[in-house]
Design a protein around this ligand. Sequence first.
Ligand code: AR6
Length: 172
Amino acid sequence: MKAKIEVLKADITTLEVDAIVNAANSSLLGGGGVDGAIHRAGGPAILDACRDIRAKQGGCSTGEAVITTAGNLPAQYVIHTVGPVWNGGDHLEAKLLANCYTNSLKLAEEKGLKSVAFPNISTGVYKYPKAPASAIALITTRKFLQTASSIESVVFVCFDQLNYDLYWKALN
Ligand code: AR6
């Protein structure tokens, strides 16, 4: 089955999807940007679950992903992934960013989830240039969906106009 890919301009914490993805940091203890918004809106259950994961595996490496409850959010789960900090482009940033999308989608498939919403990972505080980041997000997701079975819908949630325009153009 071919899953659909959509773009939305929205606050990701408001979406009623099976899982929203968080652009976290390797501590998993929260931060600013979308990470701060998710923890604020979802409440302490998310941080508790992140602390449990830290106790077991000591955080989350760049490009990897973990899954927790979504607490009070309308979504069921939060998938926390750690994007690369942009450092000029010669430090495996593209590969690591692609891994964020692939590993998040893998967790969603393992849980049998149908709908996943992504923010524009690494394009805020981590300064990844938005155009190449959007291309990586779309190419990696399309490739993954060719062999996915549970996922029916992926939404790219854009918070700023430039990201929205980039995704909209690529998808329309
Ligand atoms: N809904 C959707 N997208 C959002 C929201 C929201 N509520 N808020 C911000 N964005 P960033 P990063 C967009 O900085 O670059 C944190 O401190 C934002 O416009 O959240 O991966 C973490 O703890 C941008 O396009 O994440 C890490 O330390 C995108 O989300 C670090 O920032 C990502 O921006 C991660 O940096």
